[in-house]
Ligand binder design. Structure first.
Ligand SMILES: [Cu+2]
Length: 152
């Protein structure tokens, strides 16, 4: 009986270790930008909140809709916005990382099939302790930028 409860405790412990950082991470409003027809790539955006007291790094993203998935950011290179892969995205303890157009994003490269508005793409996020979380990102048609207001 004693051995059994020790075994049970051991199992509980390993489950806790496996869950890890992902347990303290909440993802809000994940979405994928609907790519124009025949576009080879698109971006996924979301807010990743870390409710734990340890900093977490997002080190990898994966999804079944594209052949390659990368973590990207935008940099201003002499006035031109360019995308660059980043090795990780930091989510500070009790903080959040905002993935949004023009900033950090998950890049879906080499799409296997055209996406449809409203369908969900499961995106698996892997953190630096090896734990992971999968979120369903809805495919959303990008809203056109608001028209500039002219004042005279
Ligand atoms: Cu990108």
């Amino acid at each position: 009986m004693k051995q059994l409860s020790l075994l049970a405790a051991g199992l509980l412990f390993s489950v806790g270790v496996l869950a890890g950082a992902a347990d303290n991470v909440a993802v809000q409003d994940p979405y994928v930008r609907l790519a124009p027809p025949n576009a080879p790539a698109t971006g996924a955006f979301m807010v990743i909140k870390n409710t734990g007291d340890k900093d977490v790094k997002l080190v990898k993203a994966d999804n079944p809709a594209s052949k390659v998935t990368e973590l990207h950011t935008h940099i201003n290179d002499g006035g031109v916005m360019k995308m660059r892969p980043v090795p990780a995205i930091d989510i500070k303890a009790k903080g959040e990382a905002v993935l949004k157009p023009g900033g950090l994003h998950v890049m879906l490269i080499d799409l296997k099939a055209p996406m449809k508005e409203g369908e969900a793409v499961p995106i698996t996020l892997t953190f630096d302790d090896g734990s992971s979380k999968t979120v369903d990102a809805k495919v959303v048609r990008p809203t056109p930028a608001p028209a500039m207001e002219h004042k005279h």
